[in-house]
Design a protein around this ligand. Structure first.
Ligand SMILES: [Zn+2]
Length: 212
């Protein structure tokens, strides 16, 4: 009897996983206004291969790894965030920022090769579908020097409460995978501007829910 229940549960989990996978990358639209601050880039909204954001700005090395670029407005606010955090004894640096189409393609293909497509699609955006191509997304690292384990840091707790004040949102929250199409990413923040960031934070909304 127990075995039967377990088998049914297992099948249900498989179906659910498959659901998540199948509900995305359908009805893909090309993004018309890729340079606006609140642009929606996801599995349904695609950037062109040739799109390079305007006003890319190089982050100084006290707030980031070398040669990392964000769109100017996002960069200025990230610098403010990181430097203010530092004053309060929190170490928050950018480890991945703007990525071009070609680079994203390589990243995604590597994921598929190593983990298979279903899993790759949960963790990595297909080329043209990554927010990193807009220059508005930033992956951060904290005082444990491991962005993958950013959720275990005091910096993560600080970011959860304060990122919106600088115009950033936690883009792929826990338990919203079925909406965003991506697994929980405590390290990935997206600049949307202060007004929208505050609204999304206070109402616990993803960018997808806002646009719906
Ligand atoms: Zn990211």
């Amino acid at each position: 009897m127990k075995k039967k229940v377990l088998i049914i549960l297992f099948i249900l989990i498989l179906v659910k996983k498959d659901d998540l996978h199948n509900n995305f990358y359908r009805n893909i639209k090309n993004i018309v206004n890729p340079n606006i601050i609140n642009v929606l880039v996801n599995k349904e909204n695609k950037l062109s291969k040739n799109f390079i954001p305007s006003e890319l700005f190089k982050l100084p090395i006290d707030v980031s790894y070398e040669n990392k670029f964000l769109k100017k407005e996002a960069a200025i606010n990230f610098i403010k965030l990181s430097r203010y955090a530092k004053k309060k004894n929190f170490y928050i640096v950018a480890v991945s920022t703007y990525r071009d189409y070609k680079y994203q393609k390589k990243l995604y293909e590597k994921y598929v090769l190593n983990k298979g497509q279903t899993y790759a699609d949960l963790c990595s955006a297909r080329p043209g579908h990554s927010e990193h191509q807009t220059g508005l997304a930033v992956d951060v690292m904290g005082s444990n020097y491991d962005y993958n384990k950013f959720n275990q840091t005091k910096e993560f707790k600080w970011m959860k409460k304060n990122a919106y004040k600088y115009g950033f949102i936690l883009r792929y929250p826990k338990n919203k995978e079925y909406i965003t199409g991506f697994k929980y990413e405590p390290w990935h923040y997206r600049y949307v501007g202060k007004i929208l960031a505050k609204y999304l934070y206070k109402n616990n909304l993803t960018l997808e829910e806002f646009y719906k």
